[in-house]
Design a protein around this ligand. Sequence first.
Ligand code: HEC
Length: 133
Amino acid sequence: MNHFPLSRRRGRILAALALLAAALPAAGRAADATRGADLFDNYCGECHTTRPGGSSRSAPNLFGLMGRRTGTVEGFAYSDANRGAGWIWSPETLDTYLAAPKTAMPGTVMKFQGVKDAAERADIIAFLATLHA
Ligand code: HEC
C-alpha cells in the first residue's frame, strides 16, 4: 500500500486551510461600528467631537465626515497640509490616513501616531460612517 499521495493531498488541504484562516481576520470579518465607537473614544475622543454642531476647538468636528473634502470644517484652523490635500474622505482615504497620519499627509498637525491594526481601523471607519444626518 502506498499512503503518500493521500497524505500529500491532505498536507496541501491543510496548507490551504491555514492560508484561509490567516486571511480571515482582515477579509472575512464584518466591520463593527459599535466596537469602533469604543475605539474612537479611546483613540480620538480626547480631541474630536462627533455630534452635529460639536466643538471644533482642539480638532475638527467629525459629523458628516464621509464624502466631505479635507479641511472644510468652519471655524477650525487647519494646517496648510490638511486644507490643501484636496482629498474626499472615504473608507479608502481614511484607512490610509489613520494607519499613519504623518506619512499619509506630511505636515499635518494631528498629534496622533496612527492605528496599526487594520481590523481596528475598519471598525473605527465603520463608526465614522454612521456620523451623518
Ligand atoms: C491629539 C489630538 C488628536 C487625536 C488623538 C486625533 N486627532 Fe484627528 N485631528 C486632530 C487635529 C488637530 C486635526 C487637524 C490636522 C491638521 O489641520 O493638519 C485632525 C484631523 C483629522 C481629520 C481630518 C478632518 C478634516 O476635516 O479634514 C480626520 C478625519 C481625523 N482627524 C480623524 C481622527 C481619528 C479617527 C482619530 C482617532 C483614530 C483621530 N483623528 C485622533 C487632532 C487629533
